[in-house]
Design a protein around this ligand. Structure first.
Ligand code: ADP
Length: 467
């Protein structure tokens, strides 16, 4: 049953709950209403019967011989009973009818009431003729003269007012199924209408595939829960699409970039093998092949680094890091490259500590300093400045190089982007350094910006949150 229930649609289950709950409530309401009305309507009749009973007790007497006296006089059965007097029956202990006092003739009555249950005080209704219903109060009646307990049955016409109860019963019995049916149908129609956006969402979601990620779920009403669900889902789809596009671009870019060094490697080998050469020549060929292989190795390593900042983000530490020391160490490591170009460093940093990840930050600073060395001419100065700016730390690397044209600035941190790849190829770049720097800073909660330096050079600015 549970499994069957779970297999039904939400619409069906809601409508069923609606119907069942409504029916129960209606049934309770009708029953309460009915018993209240029944009680109120019958109350005057029943008190009339009790009054009659009191009068009978006063005016009736039964002798030891079993003679029935009314107002101390012998009551004859022949005489027509005065309809002003209470109507009643007397039944003896043996369950036999002793006397019946009522104003009806035998012909008026079609069926006589059945004998009362001895010893029980109760109210019942008898149909004695098609147009005559009697409301009857049966009570035990002590006959002291004979030390017996008889039954006395007081009667009155069960008036049409009480028949209203029957009508009420009928109305309830007739209306209840109709109301329940309306409730169930209405509930079904309403849930169907309300859940319609869900159908649309299911249909649209079914059409979304990896190849067709541009589709979005329809947002019928952005204010209700279904609309909000669709919106959240759409945001997730946006992100998913972005990742897919980035992945596609990455694969395309990576394979394109890998092709060049591989072709070079192959060409150098093929040219070298075309004719026999001296040992010196072979040495040179192998040397340049190794150089290309090294480049390839570096490229794959950088690609892996970049991929690792995007998939499952590496765990980023937030520990106190001395920024001045970190910058000094970077400069020290790259010092030899600068020396080769007779460049000098100008360091300007207070003693300061940031809560950050030392490894990622060092990598980022190293990329910037490395670029400054690579792209600025020999004999120039590279300035590295650490300063505080509100709730951020700023690290600026400024060089006296050629700067970057306005048209290229917006794409600087895109992967494999090199404004002048012909010029830069000789300097060993892949166009991944700034993309990586940006990815690291994103993990650290900071940013990378480019600004032209006075005098034509470049300033790369890293901004790090202090906490
Ligand atoms: P790579 O240096 O490996 O080519 P980057 O992402 O670090 O890749 O840099 C992208 C491009 O931006 C470089 O090819 C270069 O043209 C330009 N660039 C980066 N830094 C500087 C700089 N300090 N001065 C001038 N051009 C720069």
């Amino acid at each position: 049953m549970k499994a069957w229930w779970r297999q039904r649609t939400l619409r069906f289950r809601l409508a069923a709950w609606y119907g069942a709950g409504g029916t129960l409530l209606l049934a309770i309401f009708s029953a309460t209403l009915y018993s209240y009305v029944a009680e109120t309507m019958a109350r005057p009749l029943d008190s009339e019967l009790r009054q009659d009973l009191a009068e009978i007790r006063q005016r009736l007497a039964i002798t030891a011989e079993g003679v029935v006296l009314w107002d101390r006089a012998g009551a004859t059965s022949q005489a027509r009973w005065n309809s002003e007097n209470p109507w009643f029956e007397l039944w003896n202990e043996q369950g036999e009818l002793v006397r019946r006092f009522w104003p009806f003739t035998e012909s008026r009555v079609e069926s006589m009431p059945v004998a009362p249950e001895p010893g029980r005080d109760r109210i019942s209704i008898f149909n004695v003729a098609r147009d005559l219903r009697l409301r009857v109060l049966s009570v035990p009646y002590a006959v002291p003269a004979r030390s017996e307990t008889w039954m006395i049955r007081v009667m009155t016409v069960h008036r049409p007012m009480a028949d209203g109860l029957g009508a009420l019963r009928l109305i309830i019995a007739g209306a209840l199924p109709v109301v329940v049916a309306l409730l169930v149908l209405g509930g079904y129609a309403l849930t169907r209408r309300w859940l319609k956006p869900l159908d649309l969402m299911v249909a649209e979601a079914n059409r979304i595939t990896a190849e067709d990620l541009g589709r979005r779920l329809p947002v019928v009403n952005p204010h209700d829960e279904l609309g909000q669900l669709a919106e959240v889902f759409n945001v997730t789809l946006d992100r998913l699409e972005e990742s897919f596009v980035a992945l596609d671009r990455f694969v395309a870019d990576a394979s394109h970039e890998l092709r060049t060094p591989l072709t070079t490697l192959r060409n150098v080998g093929e040219v070298g093998l075309r004719r026999s050469r001296t040992v010196e020549e072979y040495r040179e060929i192998i040397g340049s092949m190794l150089e290309e292989a090294q480049r390839l190795q570096l490229l794959t390593q950088r690609l892996l680094e970049l991929a690792s900042t995007e998939g499952d983000a590496p765990t980023v530490e937030h520990l106190p890091v001395r920024l001045d020391e970190l910058v000094r160490r970077c400069v020290g490591e790259l010092g030899i490259l600068a020396e080769n170009k007779s460049q000098r460093f100008l360091l300007e940093t207070p003693e300061c500590t940031a809560q950050t990840d030392a490894v990622l930050l060092r990598q980022a600073v190293q990329n910037l300093v490395d670029n400054a060395i690579k792209y600025s001419p020999a004999g120039t100065t590279i300035q590295i400045k650490v300063r505080e700016a509100g709730d951020h730390w700023v690290i600026e690397v400024t060089d006296e190089g050629p700067g970057i044209g306005v048209e290229h600035r917006s794409r600087l941190t895109a992967r494999f982007f090199r404004p002048d790849s012909g010029r830069d190829r000789g300097r060993g770049g892949f166009g991944l350094g700034l993309a990586l720097t940006k990815a690291y800073l994103r993990l650290l909660g900071g940013t990378v910006e480019y600004a032209p330096a006075p005098g034509g050079g470049s300033t790369f600015r890293l901004t790090l949150p202090r906490v």
